[in-house]
Design a protein around this ligand. Structure first.
Ligand SMILES: CC(C)(COP(=O)(O)OP(=O)(O)OC[C@H]1O[C@@H](n2cnc3c(N)ncnc32)[C@H](O)[C@@H]1OP(=O)(O)O)[C@@H](O)C(=O)NCCC(=O)NCCSC(=O)C[C@H](O)C(=O)O
Ligand code: MG
Length: 288
């Protein structure tokens, strides 16, 4: 099911055990937050982190930011309690790591309904294993409650026994398969994180690659990554002006099937692309 567009350029993870980070997030210009109970939280700290993130998600203190809780994966000792508490807190989304199949999506949705999650609480499924990449098409289409696919590129690199290299050649097949699955199902898709929080040049290059591949946005781990990511995943001024030109040229053509703008062929499909650029630009501007 296709949803109205909402900006998800930048979605920041933060450990649920880090109260300072949960507080700081209220001031950051992110589109979304993932309050983490999984990898960023040590086993002993998980019960306390669960209380922190549920209180934060229920607080309405994050304004327009989309607030999600990442629970521990199905089959772990913390999953059931995390899911029940997250459903009661009613965040915008519940992020489930290491989702393995369409059946798992359906059973997660059934559990969310059993735990009384409000309708606004959507499921975000992480794709971070070879099986999930190969089943991404079925996972993406398994439930109307599923709104976002999130790449977990650290786990994926580990599972593939691949290497982190500039340009991500070992991951390109997987990244594109997940984008294809998301687009066919009409759900959003977020790129994985960039682990080096001081290498801004490398980070910006990876954002541009994510845009080129078709991602809606990128998951982040540090506040310093937010602004460059927002810039990369929003249309540039030149793209907005070009889109306005395409729409105007089409309107002036009064029903001709093909025209040119700036020397380039414009058909109806290019007008649809231009209209989407303008809609994204407007949605992004309404955030600032
Ligand atoms: C990576 C970090 C551990 C770095 O922490 P630190 O060295 O403390 O950073 P700074 O000193 O530069 O922090 C400056 C200020 O910013 C705040 N801060 C830092 N990170 C965050 C954050 N993520 N959210 C909000 N605020 C943050 C600090 O508190 C400082 O504030 P102040 O004192 O007021 O100046 C750290 O950034 C971090 O923990 N990042 C998140 C790590 C995480 O969540 N990892 C799990 C998800 S990644 C993943 O596994 C995805 C997937 O599953 C996969 O497989 O790929
Ligand atoms: Mg992971």
């Amino acid at each position: 099911m296709s949803e109205p567009y909402r900006p998800r350029r930048s979605v920041l993870y933060m450990p649920g055990s880090n109260e300072r980070a949960l507080e700081k997030a209220k001031t950051l210009p992110v589109d979304g937050l993932i309050l983490d109970l999984e990898d960023a939280v040590a086993p002993d700290a998980k019960p306390g982190a669960r209380e922190n993130v549920c209180a934060a998600a229920a607080s309405s203190a994050y304004g327009q930011r989309e607030v999600t809780i990442r629970v521990n994966a199905a089959g772990t000792p913390w999953h059931d309690a995390d899911l029940e508490a997250a459903c009661a807190a009613g965040p915008d989304g519940i992020v489930v790591p290491k989702v393995g199949s369409a059946d798992e999506v359906r059973s997660l949705v059934a559990a969310m309904e059993r735990h009384g999650a409000p309708d606004r609480t959507r499921l975000w499924a992480m794709v971070e294993t070879p099986g999930a990449v190969l089943d991404a098409r079925a996972i993406a289409a398994a439930s109307d409650r599923l709104a976002v696919l999130v790449l977990g590129t650290n786990d994926l690199v580990k599972e593939l026994r691949a290497r982190f290299v500039a340009g991500r050649a070992p991951l390109l097949t997987s990244l594109s398969l997940v984008v294809l699955a998301a687009r066919e199902a009409g759900v959003a898709v977020l790129d994985g994180v960039y682990n080096d929080v001081v290498d801004l040049e490398g980070f910006e290059a990876e954002c541009r690659q994510g845009v080129d591949l078709g991602f809606d946005g990128k998951t982040l781990i540090h506040p310093g990554q937010v602004e460059p990511c927002n810039r990369a995943f929003a249309p540039s001024q030149a793209e907005v002006e070009d889109a306005r030109g395409v729409v105007a040229a089409w309107a002036a053509a009064r029903g001709r099937g093909v025209v040119t703008h700036d020397g380039r062929m414009v058909e109806n499909l290019h007008v649809e692309v231009a209209q989407r650029v303008l809609a994204v630009d407007e949605a992004v501007r309404s955030r600032s």
